[in-house]
Design a protein around this ligand. Structure first.
Ligand code: PLP
Ligand code: COI
Length: 335
């Protein structure tokens, strides 16, 4: 395999780890060689979007060890999404065990350290009970797929252009935005595909109640740097990102002040650095945010060079993940 050519795309690997929930019990985890599963055509997931998912990565370290980054946090977030949908979810131990097995069964697809690529794990829950009535599914499939991935869009740490969403919203304030469920992504799919064709890496959403404040990108959180402050939105419709949570800690470790607060759109003119952060995008510096409706273009960074704080945060975070930096907060779980 040519690891240097890896993008963020699906590649069939050896095994997918599965467990079925029925009659109040999870079946033992099994490793399936076929990624085509058999479910009822009337499954709640297919008709009513009863689906929740997670994303985390496994890394081959400089010392040859394999590390998972904060899988317990993903387990807790999946449970939160499942509770919102009213479906069963695995406990932390079962979740972590399934992730470890997904890596082990697909170990020949784990990119080597030198490639700076990683293995993306996609745990998910789907309601598989056949139904037409509007109730939560009592039958659920929990599965974890493992896919080798490179940078999300192009090259890591390359400054990107973003499009400001002015003609549609992603999630309502008391709705689904803070949950990692399929429907949120369906709501941003068409606009995102169009934006990508126009050369934008992603869409920046505003709060959908007032459309005054920055929320997040379609697949990542928003952060900004102003002086010695790390600033990120406080909003009920933003996904609680595990990467952002980690960067907040690292910014504090660097001696920065952390501000979690509302960010008015106009403030985009005032930042020293802006970035998108998440498992898939890691840290993507943002150099321009375009508001087509008003013709305003917010220049939020240097087109050719990432800002210094973004670069330092990126190095520290990926250093911990690849075993190059001390894991002072015990974030990594060795396999
Ligand atoms: N926001 C959205 C909408 C996402 O899809 C993701 C990706 O998981 C994130 C933020 C970043 O979350 P995390 O850092 O936990 O991957
Ligand atoms: C992740 O970063 O894990 C994501 O889930 C992003 C994905 C929606 C492309």
């Amino acid at each position: 395999m040519d690891w240097s050519k890896l993008a963020f795309g699906y590649i069939k690997t050896n095994k997918i780890i599965c467990s079925w929930y029925k009659d109040g019990e999870w079946s033992p985890l099994s490793a399936e060689g076929d990624d085509r599963i058999t479910i009822s055509a009337l499954s709640g997931a297919l008709h009513y979007g009863i689906e929740a998912f997670e994303g985390l990565k496994a890394f081959r370290g400089v010392d040859g060890k394999v590390r998972l980054f904060r899988p317990d946090e993903n387990a807790k977030r999946l449970k939160r999404s499942a509770d919102f949908l009213g479906i069963a979810s695995p406990g932390i131990e079962m979740f972590v065990e399934a992730c470890k097995r997904a890596v082990i069964e697909n170990i020949d697809f784990l990119p080597p350290y030198e490639s700076r690529a990683s293995m993306y794990l996609r745990p998910f829950l789907i309601g598989v009970e056949p139904q037409i009535d509007l109730v939560s599914s009592k039958e659920v499939l929990f599965a974890v797929a493992a896919i080798p991935v490179g940078a999300f869009s192009g090259k890591n740490l390359t400054p990107a252009r973003m499009l400001l969403a002015r003609d549609h919203d992603r999630a309502a304030p008391m709705g689904t935005g803070s949950y990692k469920i399929g429907g949120n992504y369906a709501a941003s799919m068409l606009a995102g595909t169009k934006a990508k064709k126009e050369g934008f890496a992603s869409i920046l959403y505003l709060d959908s109640a007032e459309r005054k404040y920055v929320d997040e990108f379609s697949s990542s959180n928003f952060f900004a740097v102003k002086g010695n402050s790390y600033i990120t939105p406080d909003s009920p419709s933003v996904l609680p990102s595990i990467t952002n949570k980690s960067l907040i800690q690292l910014a504090e470790d660097f001696g920065m002040k952390v501000e979690k607060r509302k960010i008015p759109v106009e403030e985009l003119t005032e930042f020293d650095e802006v970035g998108a952060c998440g498992t898939a995008v890691v840290i993507t510096p943002v150099w321009e945010i375009v508001d087509k409706s008003s013709g305003v273009s917010y220049l939020t960074g240097d087109k050719d060079n990432p800002g210094n704080i973004s670069k330092n945060l990126y190095r520290k975070l990926t250093g911990i993940q690849y075993g190059e930096e001390p894991d002072d907060h015990n974030w990594c779980m060795e396999i």
